[in-house]
Design a protein around this ligand. Structure first.
Ligand code: ZN
Length: 155
């Protein structure tokens, strides 16, 4: 499995999550596609961006999409799914005038996006991903495709 370290804003490790890289039925192998340590509380991934961002912060659905946005220069945090969006995550983002939300273009993603937008009604903006999630969009159109969506969604 791919190990995904969760680091605090000062770089010290908080926890690990794991993503299975096999193309198989994960449940049949007694694990999920993503796996947390037992009893580990849900966390925001990439909290260093909360400390570094200016007026705008990006929120992705999942860790890997956050890695992509951070790689192209955006300050982003990731939430591993709608069910793991918590009131304290809202408080962590409440000070930003603009919160761009990058839910996947599917049912779970729209659930994620509407949950974050309802929690942050003045600042949250839903980004319009068309060809797939953040990672698919990057693979298809590069950084430019994502930056165009960010610019268009910011208005
Ligand atoms: Zn698996």
């Amino acid at each position: 499995m791919l190990a995904i370290p969760y680091l605090a804003h000062d770089g010290h490790p908080l926890t690990l999550r794991f993503r299975c890289l096999e193309e198989h039925d994960h449940r049949a192998h007694f694990h999920g596609k993503y796996n947390s340590l037992k009893d580990d509380p849900p966390r925001m991934y990439g909290v260093d961006s909360v400390h570094q961002a200016g007026d705008t912060i990006d929120v992705t659905e999942g860790e890997l999409d956050r890695i992509v946005l951070r790689k192209i220069g955006l300050f982003a945090t990731g939430i591993p799914g709608a069910a793991l969006w918590l009131p304290r995550h809202r408080r962590m983002l409440a000070g930003f005038p603009v919160v761009r939300v990058w839910g996947d273009p599917d049912e779970a993603g729209s659930d994620f996006t509407s949950k974050v937008c309802r929690a942050l009604p003045r600042s949250a903006r839903a980004m319009r991903l068309r060809v797939g999630d953040v990672t698919d969009t990057y693979l298809h159109g590069g950084a430019e495709a994502l930056l165009d969506i960010a610019k268009e969604g910011q208005q």
